[in-house]
Design a protein. Structure first.
Length: 411
């Protein structure tokens, strides 16, 4: 059987490894980190068929510019005189229109629903990662946001998702864990959630059973090409021959693709989270606090809060306390009983969401190198879309028809 080498052991690389190994391929994963704390671990764990509207959408640029001037806002682009950022910005501008959103919505919805079914399959195997189907509650405090959230809810209904539009009282009846200070909410009943660290642990154990070799602390540095294909992967621990290559290196994908003279536009969208352990008093339904763009996810006995999107570079590892303070303020504003304090710096996690300017993930065979498949750019939906992405990768490499159409996931 062919040998497939996967570059990147985040959730996209590992779910790809899983479905490829299930198909009978010999699979090897390389990751430069210890594979315990990257973007796929500290995220909000939401599985979101509700998220059908890509980041590149009408109105986003005007809103983004307003947010740039507020140090606690949820969105920020680190200004730099840099061609990568300028090209990404131009592409984002090109995609932030209705026609793109209309094409993107059904594609994202199909991919998400497939992913949720696959999570349900995993959950039948194991309860270790706390898969739950409680939906997602979009909470809002102003009429203006309420109108936008209702409009998005109606679009989701048109695509067949189950959505409830809730008054203030109905929100309180649903969210019994703690009081909410909102004027209403939209409940997407289609959504689910997991505990990301536990899911990553589960999938690693599954890969072990399937004899997948995982090389952590191993950085891919270059490639040897032969006959229009990658023949060898060069790492800091030596070279490895291969039949197929899957590039799943998240925010680092452009620099690796660059070694193959392939240009992909992805910038890291830095976000933060913190997790409070063993909380008896906490929200019980995963929620987004819309005005602050804060994600709130109960994970078994714990509760995780996450947010902010700083478009930056992968060397920017500094924790911006102002933005974390913005998250804390939103929580206390929406949940007046919680009285959350600013976490210590050591308890604040950050991760780099790999963001394409179109807001669409890339799941595609390369057009020049015949044995290369690229899977990256899942931005704020990588956990949600990972199983479907992995399954499609195995179908692409096996030259089978894909479970969902992939036209919108090209680069
Ligand atoms: C605050 C926050 C909240 C989020 N909440 C959600 C959510 O609720 N739901 C959701 O669906 N998504 C969410 N996300 C997004 C999600 O976490 C990401 O989309 C996802 O983790 C990306 O996975 P990945 O495998 O593509 O990338 P990564 O997890 O970043 O994995 C890429 C891997 O490639 C490795 N690598 C890089 N360069 C090399 C090299 N040269 N050689 C070898 N290995 C290399 C890295 O070490 C890394 O492990 C959130 C993100 C953040 C920051």
């Amino acid at each position: 059987m062919k040998k497939v080498s996967i570059i990147g052991g985040g959730i996209i690389g590992l779910t790809s490894a899983y479905y490829l190994a299930k198909e009978g391929y010999e699979v090897v994963v390389f990751d430069k980190s210890d594979m315990n704390d990257g973007c796929s671990y500290g995220n909000a764990g939401m599985i979101v068929p509700s998220h059908i509207i890509p980041l590149a959408q009408p109105g986003m640029i005007a809103q983004g510019i307003k947010w740039m001037f507020n140090s606690q806002s949820p969105f920020y682009v680190k200004p730099r005189l840099n061609t990568t950022l300028m090209k990404w910005g131009m592409q984002f501008y090109k995609h932030a229109n209705l026609s793109h959103v209309q094409k993107a919505m059904p594609a994202l919805c199909d991919l998400s629903l497939l992913s949720k079914e696959l999570y349900q399959d995993f959950a039948r195997e194991s309860s270790s990662f706390f898969y739950e189907e409680k939906g997602l509650l979009m909470l809002y405090k102003t009429d203006k946001t309420g109108e936008e959230i209702h409009h998005e809810g109606k679009l989701a209904e048109e695509l067949g998702l189950k959505v409830d539009f809730l008054s203030k009282e109905e929100v309180s009846n649903l969210e019994k864990g703690t009081a909410t200070n909102v004027i209403g909410g939209v409940h997407y009943k289609s959504d689910a959630h997991v505990y990301p660290q536990k899911f990553m642990q589960f999938i690693k154990e599954e890969l072990q059973k399937l004899d997948v070799k995982i090389y952590s602390h191993t950085t891919v540095t270059n490639f040897v090409l032969k006959n229009n294909a990658v023949a060898e992967i060069v790492t800091d621990k030596g070279s490895f021959t291969t039949d197929e290559v899957v590039l799943a290196a998240g925010s680092w994908s452009p620099e690796i693709a660059g070694k193959l003279n392939i240009n992909i536009s992805i910038l890291p969208g830095k976000g933060y989270s913190f997790t409070l352990k063993d909380q008896d008093h906490k929200p019980s339904i995963p929620s987004i606090l819309c005005e602050g763009k804060v994600a709130v996810t109960p994970m078994n006995r714990d509760i995780r809060f996450g947010g902010t999107m700083e478009i930056t570079h992968t060397n920017d590892t500094k924790i911006n306390q102002n933005r974390v303070q913005g998250i804390v303020n939103s929580i206390n504003d929406f949940y007046p009983e919680l009285k959350i304090e600013m976490p210590e710096e050591k308890d604040i996690w950050y991760g780099f969401r790999p963001c394409t300017p179109s807001g669409m993930p890339i799941i595609a065979r390369d057009k020049k190198l015949k044995n290369l498949t690229l899977v990256t750019g899942h931005a704020m939906m990588g956990l949600s879309l990972a199983p479907a992405t992995g399954k499609i990768v195995s179908e692409i490499i096996s030259e089978k028809p894909t479970s969902v159409k992939t036209e919108m996931f090209q680069f």
